[in-house]
Design a protein. Sequence first.
Length: 373
Amino acid sequence: MSSTVTSRRSFLQLAGTGLALSGIGLGPAVSSAALPARAAGTGPVLLNFNESPYGPSPAAQAAARAIVADSGRYLFALAGELRDAFAQQEGVAAQRVRLFPGSSEPLNRAAVVWTSPSAGLVVADPTFESLGDLAAARGATVVKVPLRADGAHDVRAMVDAARQVNAGLLYLCNPNNPTGSITPADDIAWMLANKPPQTRLLVDEAYLQFSAQRSVIAQVMQRDDVIVLRTFSKLYGMAGLRLGVAAAHPDRLRELASLGDNPLPVTALAAGLASLREPGLVEQRREQNTRVRQATVEWLQKRGFRCLPTEANCFMVDVQRDGAAFTRAMAERGVVIGRSWPIWPQVVRVSVGTEAEMAAFRDAFAAVVGLKG
């Protein structure tokens, strides 16, 4: 058996492990079918996976439906059209953009390609766990650096840790998942200027469109040690369609591609292209998410429950009791929220839903904690 086949099979096995572990980390293991209905004919409120409650835009849905009749063909040119449209919007060369089925795919590949028993990984704590889980499964040393009090990545401590473990990779999620908190662009610039030369920086911008923060994607035109990930799962509402982007120097993209490749679903490509071309969609959904999120955060804070600063479609709230028990109690009332993390056992993540869904969240929250009026 060739080494290429062996490495690809090993990647698929490890990636499956990583995805399973990250699935455990995303929310409580609660079956929707086992949850009580909120009212006749309705199901539970799902605020646990940072999904968009609005789904793909009408234009994206129409594009996906329209292309089904032609989906007996691979339609390879469609991927190139989408890649070129994304590259033009972001001001980067098309040769520095590669499409994947979601951003978890290149994230898992990064763990396989750039971490090992001799090349460690440095991440924040808490942050999205898939990369760390997969790197640890490969025998890499994974260092978790607590976030700063303001929710930003502690870039100085992370760079120090990278030197200590000969890190092959630094991971920075901005806005961060699960917190939704921001790491300022100046801090990221400092990290790039001071990290060890052999350490690559992977910046996960899955939630960037919910924020007014600047992307660091322009760095991929200047450097060969920066990888930027984007996804259509969040603001564009395409979690189930699976479409993501990696932007990097062509050599880094070739390394990610060395584990194999497959054509992407044409329905996802068509929906993604329509999303990119829809005027005002990002701004409209950003405003909608911010308004609904802030209304709930203000409601919680007025009642004495601290929330971390956030610019994403999720927030973390200190429920002042065991987070796992709180999550179960909310599920019993038909509202499924995210979980707590070991570093913060009383702080739980909540995804932002529609106005009606967040009203249901507030009702359930008040019932669980015993709020009056």
